[in-house]
Design a protein around this ligand. Structure first.
Ligand code: GLN
Length: 235
């Protein structure tokens, strides 16, 4: 059964936030990544058509979904209770924890969040990494509010880490590992949060939600999920 969008067609617009490798990034001017391939494979299993991809900052994705500029978010977005007050999610398609990134061989080599006293930290605005900083570092009284820098994009945070402007970055583990492989930064430790990513949709788009969840199951049952995983994670 077809879902019905406001324009009466089954074409949907996807939104993502590049700069989050290997889930979404721009390479040679082209938007690529795990989420791009996965959503395209998932939509192929449905009666919807993916018309185009919009590239936005991460913290603009939910507002863009709300105001109808996009119909689905594919941005390694963690399914959280807080977000579920605003939007709905497909069934989960990937699991992740947070990681702490530091300069490779740098002075700051923390083993737990308790080691952060007196250090400066960065994360990307609107992310679960930022939630860890706010709840488990600032609220917990380990660092001061002023020791935290919120970035529009994790690439900018990692650049400031490389140049020593901040001491650590908190971000999703698979992305931290990608930055570790490509840049002068390393994972100090993994902070277990047990997150799961889902595709975000408007709460009223129940047909689309069901179609995407069925699509995720179909792609996972076929060889496609493994192919996409091996393309982007080399596993
Ligand atoms: N998974 C994290 C979140 O949902 C980070 C996502 C991202 O930065 N694209 O907040």
């Amino acid at each position: 059964e077809n879902g019905e969008e406001a324009d009466g067609e089954n074409t949907i617009v996807a939104g993502t936030a590049p700069g989050f490798p290997p889930f979404e990034m721009v390479e040679d001017g082209e938007l690529v990544g795990f989420d791009i391939d996965l959503l395209e494979a998932v939509v192929d299993e449905t009666e919807y058509e993916l018309a185009e991809w919009e590239q936005l900052e991460f913290d603009s994705l939910i507002p863009a979904l709300d105001n109808g500029n996009i119909d689905v978010i594919a941005a390694a977005m963690t399914i959280s209770e807080e977000r579920q007050e605003q939007i709905a999610f497909s069934d989960p398609y990937y699991s992740s924890d947070q990681s702490i990134l530091v300069q490779t061989g740098g002075d700051f080599q923390p083993e737990s969040l308790d080691d952060f006293e007196g250090q400066t930290v960065g994360a990307q605005s609107g992310t679960t990494g930022e939630t860890v900083v706010r709840d488990d570092l600032i609220e917990a009284g380990i660092i001061d509010e002023g020791d935290y820098t919120s970035f529009d994009n994790y690439v900018l945070a990692v650049e400031d880490l490389e140049s020593g402007l901040i001491d650590a970055v908190v971000l999703d583990e698979p992305v931290a590992e990608t930055f570790e492989a490509e840049r002068d930064v390393e994972v100090a430790f993994v902070y277990e949060t047990g997150e799961e990513y889902g595709f975000g949709i408007r709460q009223e788009d129940e047909d689309l939600q069901a179609a995407l969840s069925d699509g995720v199951a179909a792609v996972e049952e076929s060889s496609e999920y493994e192919e996409i995983t091996s393309t982007w994670f080399g596993e």
